[in-house]
Design a protein around this ligand. Structure first.
Ligand SMILES: Nc1ncnc2c1ncn2[C@@H]1O[C@H](COP(=O)(O)OP(=O)(O)OP(=O)(O)O)[C@@H](O)[C@H]1O
Ligand SMILES: [Mg+2]
Length: 368
């Protein structure tokens, strides 16, 4: 019996190897920034592929080394220091060297060097909190410097917007000034909540104002999906038509995580028909009803009205008198306040028209 390939699709987590689609141009451009020690502000809406792209770029670096620091869930400067130290540990695999550098350089934080039980590689783990945070911050960067050994470095801070809530301006300012001293390192600031990231980097009163080249990550192009998915089916000795792939991509409005989710469910189907795709779509929406409902319940009444208006009208010419009155608005300014609230929450995007970001959330709204 012919052995089939394992399902290559994956809708959560970092994707690599076969599960990673294209992003060739993005990889090239980010590498160029890194080669030239430029800082990058990499942002997008949730689940477009920022983290996967960072890992992909880092794994393909030839003359530089990448360090990935995840700040997700960090709430204090000590958390930051801890994650920073853990992450930079990858630069030295010999425990004795790491130990020596740490003893020489870190005096304001007590740390242990622990050995990973699986790989045996050493990791710096803080055991007591830093009393003098400023000095601690200087010192952890000094450790980074010593570990880099004149190699070119790219340091990615993922979920960077978290630092805005640590307790204020002084930390952001301190961090900025240290980062500015490291002109030969390329820092990648990655984050999702666009308004936050854009505020942190675009508001002239904020520390990180204009500190990095803006790099908004877009969705993946339909042609790239077709190429990639045809290739995966071919690898398994099967074929799938470009129009079938196009149908799914169109339903997902090119959203990377949704395209993966659809194909994850479609992979075991012998023949992918429109009815089967409809069924998969229904079930994906069903599984998200709890999240969609929670999102909905957190809205004000006018935001709910505005969202329904956008969902039913396709997002253009919202402000006509009959649309306003049909959806319960007394004035245009009520609608514009509601719409702004939805943009801030990341539910709506505004280009020429208004667009609901999540294509399946929109479908759910249209159905309910
Ligand atoms: N290049 C890609 N090719 C195929 N699928 C991708 C690609 N990038 C992302 N995806 C899909 O999107 C999902 C989310 O990717 P990833 O976690 O890298 O995004 P993110 O922007 O970092 O998300 P978050 O906002 O949650 O941090 C992946 O699990 C995968 O399904
Ligand atoms: Mg991410």
């Amino acid at each position: 019996m012919k052995k089939h390939m394992r399902n290559p699709f994956q809708s959560t987590g970092i994707v690599k190897d076969l599960a990673f689609c294209n992003r060739e141009r993005e990889q090239r451009e980010i590498k160029k920034y890194i080669e030239n020690s430029q800082n990058i502000l990499l942002y997008s809406h949730r689940r477009y592929g920022k983290t996967s792209l960072i890992f992909k770029v880092f794994s393909g670096l030839k003359n530089a080394r990448g360090v990935y620091i995840d700040l997700f869930g960090t709430t204090t400067i000590d958390d930051f220091l801890k994650n920073f130290l853990r992450a930079i540990s990858v630069l030295e695999t010999r425990a004795s060297h790491l130990n020596r550098i740490v003893r020489e350089t870190l005096s304001s934080i007590g740390v242990n060097i622990t050995l990973d039980t699986l790989t045996g590689s050493p990791t710096i783990t803080p055991v007591v909190h830093a009393r003098e945070k400023d000095r601690a911050l200087e010192e952890v960067f000094a450790v980074l410097r010593k570990l880099s050994k004149k190699r070119k470095l790219a340091v990615a801070f993922d979920e960077f917007q978290e630092i805005a809530d640590y307790g204020g301006d002084p930390f952001e300012k301190r961090l900025r000034s240290i980062i500015q001293q490291h002109t030969d390192v390329s820092f990648i600031f990655a984050g999702s909540q666009r308004h936050m990231i854009t505020q942190m980097f675009r508001d002239s009163n904020r520390a990180f104002y204009m500190m990095a080249a803006s790099y908004p990550l877009k969705r993946i192009e339909p042609n790239d999906y077709v190429h990639w998915i045809e290739g995966l089916y071919a690898k398994d000795g099967r074929s799938i038509s470009p129009s079938t792939i196009g149908d799914v991509v169109w339903r997902c409005e090119n959203h990377p995580a949704y395209v993966q989710e659809f194909f994850f469910w479609l992979w075991d189907e012998r023949k992918v028909t429109k009815e089967i795709i409809d069924g998969v779509e229904r079930r994906i929406i069903e599984r998200q009803i709890a999240e969609f409902s929670a999102e909905w319940e957190a809205l004000t009444i006018n935001q709910k009205r505005a969202l329904k208006l956008v969902a039913s009208s396709g997002g253009n010419n919202l402000f006509t008198a009959d649309k306003l009155s049909m959806h319960g608005f007394r004035t245009a300014s009520q609608l514009s306040t509601a719409v702004q609230g939805l943009v801030n929450k990341g539910l709506l995007d505004r280009n020429e028209d208004y667009k609901i970001y999540d294509p399946l959330f929109r479908r759910w709204l249209q159905q309910s």
